[in-house]
Design a protein around this ligand. Structure first.
Ligand code: 3PG
Length: 305
């Protein structure tokens, strides 16, 4: 049985060691494809793999076609918009994610970016503090909850909107539930995005919504670039010289965003989950889920059913 770890953005070495140990303990073989730049390398590597561990790596119909022996693909992380779920189902491949395993890392980066933005990217001028400011958490999943926990320490007033989460679960974390995205953006000084990229959410963060933010509003995106309506956000940032956009995912229109000097920042590569701890948690969870699937038929974290 061969388990392939295919990561264009590699895990920390300590995480790869942990994955290897889980895989070998089960009597399987580990293959590693890291930092590949050519899709053909992935197509070649998946040929004889029974299981696949990926991060944001794209697993589309072409990859699934090439992966003749593949039974399971595990996205070591939360968002699985990089897997063609229908094609996986057609190929009888079980697709899974590892929810919650890297969420603290992403939440910590939210605050790294937030402090940097309100301190004017450390340019020496006088910034503002987070204490007492209204934070809006857009979607209250694993990352959103960690953001709320950390925001409490900063003394922020915390609000959340999540269409799928009951008020009681939000209130239990000391957060004020709001009942529409419009209300969240109108209310909050800082909005942090934690929605997945789905047909419903793509392009949904638009001018009408972000334009509701109060003066000096800060929009933080550690979720997905696809949820942003980039042309409309550019229009809005042009009209509203007070608004700021900070992202952990470089927009397609990065060059245009760069013109909003002092009000825009994007990490060169998605860094939210790029910590040793998150790599270890998500990577080892993925390896364990694969072993549990082959040995016990456990499909608890399957996302294509
Ligand atoms: C996730 O969905 O888990 C995060 O966006 C992390 O993605 P990454 O594994 O590509 O860093």
């Amino acid at each position: 049985m061969k388990v392939l770890v295919a990561t264009e953005k590699p895990f920390a070495k300590v995480a790869v060691d942990g994955i290897r140990s889980e895989v070998e303990k089960a009597g399987y073989e580990l293959a590693l494809l890291e930092k590949y730049t050519d899709k053909q390398d992935l197509l070649n590597a998946v040929k004889d793999a029974d299981a696949l561990i990926i991060r944001s790596d794209k697993v589309d119909a072409e990859v699934l076609n090439a992966a003749e022996k593949l039974k399971i693909v595990v996205r070591a992380g939360a968002g699985y918009d990089n897997i063609d779920l229908d094609a996986a189902t057609v190929h009888k491949v079980v697709a899974m994610n590892t929810p919650g395993q890297n969420s603290n890392a992403v939440a910590e980066l939210v605050f790294g970016l937030m402090v940097m933005a309100v301190r004017h990217f450390y340019d020496g001028t006088s910034g503002t503090e987070l204490k007492g400011k209204k934070l809006g958490i857009h979607a209250f999943g694993n990352v959103g909850r960690n953001v709320a926990r950390i925001a409490t320490g900063f003394g922020m007033e915390i609000y959340a909107y999540d269409a799928y989460c009951p008020d009681s679960a939000i209130e239990a974390e000391g957060v004020h539930p709001l009942h529409s995205a419009e209300e969240l953006y109108t209310t909050c000084d800082v909005v942090s995005l934690h929605i997945p990229a789905t047909a419903e959410t793509k392009n949904s963060i638009n001018k009408a919504l972000v334009g509701r933010m109060p003066k000096n509003g800060l929009l933080l995106n550690t979720a997905r670039k696809e949820v942003i309506n980039e042309p409309e956000l550019i229009e809005l940032l042009t009209e509203r010289q007070d608004l700021r956009y900070v992202a952990d995912i470089k927009p397609d229109a990065d060059e245009q965003f760069q013109t909003f000097s002092g009000r825009y920042f994007a990490t060169p590569k998605k860094m939210g989950a790029q910590t040793a701890e998150a790599n270890i948690n998500a990577g080892i969870a993925a390896a364990k889920q694969i072993v549990d699937f082959f040995q016990n038929g456990n499909t608890r974290f399957q996302v294509n059913k």
